[in-house]
Write a protein that binds this ligand. Structure first.
Ligand code: SF4
Length: 363
């Protein structure tokens, strides 16, 4: 396939694997931040090829996995109200809240609509003024520009039947929390190429210096991933900790100026609860005061749902690299893709789903 084949070239991959093996004088621990990278690494067997040379830890970059159960509960309570529809991406449907998922709420009569873009949600509101539409805005810096645009478009259309549950998260504060956690084993990061395409990577210079940890901006194809790992291993061998860009075809140091401007006009940084990780300082965004009329949390009161038992899911340990999915006692037993106990098994970007899909066995 044009533009993709060169990043999947088996000969180039073999050469990169050999170079990593020759360069590493010991086994290094590298965390890939993004769930898309986790799936790429497992799909192409890179974790197995580099066994004993590089240990890959899987990071928190699965937006659906880190969305707090309380926000899902809020969405569920709204879809069950008369005259209110909750609009969301398909990935959010199966993720359990405290008691049930949005899919179960829909099966019980809740009004839940699926869209591919936040702008589709604005169109739903425009064409049906008799209902209120609440968009469930989740995701990292890759999705905030689109939801910011949706807010601005709703305002320019004068819609008063559109609002958002804002549950966006920011990736760098989560990386800082991981580095500051007790017994952190991360020696280098593969930063998420698509996030850096939007946000740039200038802010990682200070991060790399402060924690003395290499950060390599990396894409998602096998050549991208192996090239990023080689860069990390080379730096670690030389005892340096720098930011390198191995996703030059997409990411620029300053990011996407237009996207960043729209986000700056719409959101402000705030502390944010992450599912499984707790509240992360500056780990999310909320709407600026001038857009608060579109904030579902201001428009509707939250109804606490009854808690049925406590979750057994160890998503917090998986999302911070403390354990591999196969080390969770429920993996492949009670927790499978057909009977998921937690979001990392549900989400298409979840690490547990990646291990299940690519047939890694429970330990
Ligand atoms: S295997 Fe299942 S229960 Fe264990 S951490 Fe993953 S999603 Fe949670």
């Amino acid at each position: 396939m044009k533009h993709v084949d060169e990043y999947r070239d088996p000969q180039v991959c073999r050469r990169l694997v050999a170079e990593i093996q020759q360069t590493a004088s010991r086994c290094y621990t590298i965390m890939e931040v993004c769930g898309g990278q986790t799936h790429g690494l497992l799909m192409h067997g890179i974790d197995q090829e580099l066994d004993g040379v590089v240990e890959l830890l899987h990071g928190p970059g699965c937006p659906v996995c880190v969305t707090p159960a309380e926000d899902i509960d809020f969405a569920i309570s709204l879809c069950q109200r008369a005259g209110v529809a909750v609009v969301t991406f398909g990935d959010m449907l199966r993720v359990p809240g405290t008691t049930i998922s949005l899919r179960e709420a829909r099966a019980r009569g809740g009004d839940v609509r699926l869209v591919y873009s936040p702008l589709d949600a604005v169109q739903l509101a425009k064409h049906d003024p008799s209902r209120e539409f609440v968009f469930f805005a989740v995701g990292f810096e890759t999705t905030t520009p689109a939801t910011a645009l949706a807010i601005q478009q709703a305002a320019s259309l004068g819609l008063n039947n559109f609002s958002m549950i804002v549950s966006h998260v920011r990736v760098q504060p989560a990386m800082e929390a991981i580095m500051e956690a007790e017994a952190c084993r991360v020696e280098a990061f593969l930063a998420a190429g698509h996030v850096c395409t939007v946000s740039g990577f200038a802010s990682y210079d200070d991060f790399a210096r402060r924690y003395h940890v290499p950060v390599v901006v990396t894409g998602f194809e096998p050549v991208d991933l192996l090239s990023g790992i080689l860069s990390c291993v080379s730096q670690l061998e030389r005892g340096v900790a720098q930011v390198e860009n191995r996703y030059e075809r997409s990411a620029r140091q300053a990011g996407n100026a237009h996207a960043l401007r729209v986000v700056d006009e719409t959101y402000e940084i705030c502390d944010q609860p992450w599912r499984g990780l707790g509240t992360i300082s500056r780990g999310g965004v909320r709407l600026q005061n001038r857009w608060r009329r579109f904030d579902a949390a201001q428009r509707y009161s939250r109804v606490a749902l009854p808690i049925v038992g406590s979750s057994r899911c160890r998503s917090g340990d998986v999302l911070t690299g403390r354990i591999k999915p196969t080390e969770c006692e429920y993996f492949g037993r009670e927790c499978t893709q057909e009977t998921p106990l937690g979001a990392p098994m549900v989400s298409s970007e979840g690490a547990c789903a990646a291990y299940a899909r690519h047939a890694r066995q429970p330990v």
